[in-house]
Design a protein around this ligand. Structure first.
Ligand code: FAD
Length: 467
């Protein structure tokens, strides 16, 4: 007999598993189908392993510079195998946590490939065979996968995406990364910290092209200082393989001239974006509206099929774990006739470089383009006590305030703990708090987030600890 659920989720990434738990908490009989490990890209091939590697890389650099704190360590070195074990164990322990949460919330966990049939039912293909499942609501949360750019030679064996990069069991002596977005810049940080000679190619005018210009300029300087060979407006023409090495030919377009460059390199990472993953998800004749591979949804995450919802990377937009989870919660709330509890228009975005980068809301430039008059406050963190104590003084905090209403519109930070501090700014923007309201609360001393108050003061009469 067919089982009938209130909610059947396909994909147990941060979108799917969070939605399933939320649904169970709201009393829905829920099951989640996953064909690999729970936690999806984020826990297994994305956020978590990347941040574990970045943490180890930062720690190594800190130990190397321990002398400035009076800490003397003779012969500092690292064991990359152990770095990999630490990364794997971190993912494993979070995965186990998710499994326990699903179990504890009585979410049925089904292992196999889920396919949405054209009659609105779901087929699950397991090792044992096939089963047809029925649910009042279906949530598609199958995520995304790396995409390779249309470059001659890009499919040569040995060219890696982030998926393969996490499996590498040694630090490459040299590495060429195509793509200077978040993933490319984070891998460049990891491997340059461990001593690789990294070359980073970006087709746009600047690294991290989606972020504030000043952040792009600073990250370029910082990576250059680490020895990363950076080329912007660099267009890869072709990749060849001779013996065990890749020969990468690219065109670098300067202001007045073009320059052809060639790099001979043993390791090549393509970090050029991700596409929605609908492989195996849809029966051929399923009439689900799609646009260039992504599933189309309305503001309630409803697809073109009744009672079929979709969230996360598979619907495109901001491909971030917290976006997928928040959309999952809101979609489940909608299924239960509730107003969404999360403001999905305010999306923090972070890059875990050293120093960290974090942004939320709009930049000064974006406000200008929208015709909003703003005041920008900025504080250089070299005058922040905590940053001085920890010798992480390089960086800044910027806030963008609506000139007329004094409401905070955006914040951009590049400094220690920026990724933690951005939360306060997101809360303020979602709740339309003014600079004055934000300044009302005292901040503990010495903390990094005193820099936020200073940047806000800068919009007012000027920061206290700045001339
Ligand atoms: P996914 O996490 O991709 O999960 C989808 C799941 O569905 C997968 O487990 C897949 O196996 C399963 N699935 C697919 N098809 C089927 C099927 N037919 N049947 C059953 N199961 C199926 N985001 C951040 O917010 N912060 C970061 O720091 C960050 N760092 C990243 C670093 C890297 C290197 C990468 C690659 C990504 C990073 N991301 C980060 C992005 C983040 O990982 C994704 O946005 C997030 O995982 C998307 O969640 P999701 O639930 O939509 O999909």
């Amino acid at each position: 007999m067919e089982k009938i659920y209130d909610l059947l989720v396909i994909g147990a990434g941060p979108g799917g598993y969070v939605a399933a738990i939320k649904a169970a908490k709201l009393g829905m009989k829920t099951a989640v189908i996953e064909n690999r490990e729970v936690g999806g890209t984020c826990l297994n091939r994305g956020c978590v392993p990347a941040k574990a590697m970045l943490h180890a890389a930062k720690l190594y650099q800190e130990v190397l510079s321990g002398e400035q704190f009076g800490i003397l360590v003779e012969e500092v070195s690292f064991d990359y195998g152990k770095v990999m074990s630490y990364k794997n164990e971190t993912s494993e322990s979070l995965r186990l946590g998710v499994e326990q949460l699903l179990k504890g919330n009585k979410v049925e966990r089904l292992q196999g490939i889920g396919t949405l049939l054209k009659d609105g039912r779901v087929r699950i293909k397991t090792k044992e065979g096939e089963e047809i499942l029925q649910a009042k609501n279906i949530l598609l949360a199958t995520g995304s996968k790396p995409v390779l750019p249309p470059i001659e030679g890009i499919h040569l064996p040995g060219i890696m995406t982030s998926d393969e990069m996490f499996q590498l069991d040694h630090v490459p002596e040299s590495l060429l990364i195509i793509g200077g977005g978040v993933i490319g810049v984070e891998f460049a940080t990891v491997y340059s910290s461990f001593g690789s000679k990294v070359t980073l190619l970006e087709a746009e005018e600047r690294l991290l092209p989606g972020l504030d210009k000043e952040i792009s300029q600073n990250i370029k300087l910082l990576l250059k200082k680490r020895g990363v060979d950076i080329h912007t407006r660099a267009f890869v023409q072709k990749i060849e393989k001779v013996d065990c090495e890749f020969i990468c030919t690219f065109l670098e377009k300067g202001k007045d001239q073009e320059k052809a460059e060639v790099r001979k390199i043993p390791y090549l990472l393509s970090a050029t974006g991700r596409i929605p993953n609908t492989h195996g998800l849809l029966e051929e004749t399923t009439l689900l509206e799609m646009d260039r591979g992504r599933i189309l949804v309305n503001e309630n995450f409803e697809t073109s099929m009744p009672n079929v919802f979709a969230i996360g990377d598979v619907i495109g937009g901001s491909q971030l774990a917290h976006v997928a989870s928040s959309q999952g919660i809101c979609a489940v709330e909608r299924m239960n006739g509730k107003e969404p509890s999360i403001d999905l228009s305010v999306v923090p975005s972070c890059v875990y470089t050293d120093p960290e980068i974090a942004c939320v809301g709009i930049t000064e430039q974006e406000a200008k383009e929208k015709g909003i008059e703003t005041v920008t406050g900025k504080f250089l963190t070299h005058a922040n006590s905590k940053s001085l104590i920890t010798k992480e003084e390089r960086g800044f905090v910027k806030v963008v305030i609506d000139k007329e209403t004094n409401v905070l519109l955006g914040a951009q930070m590049m400094c220690a703990r920026a990724t933690d501090m951005i939360g306060e700014m997101g809360t303020a923007i979602s709740n339309k708090l003014t600079a004055m309201q934000l300044l009302k609360a005292m901040r503990a001393h010495p903390t990094y987030n005193e820099s936020i108050a200073e940047a806000l003061e800068d919009c007012n009469h000027g920061a206290i600890h700045a001339l």
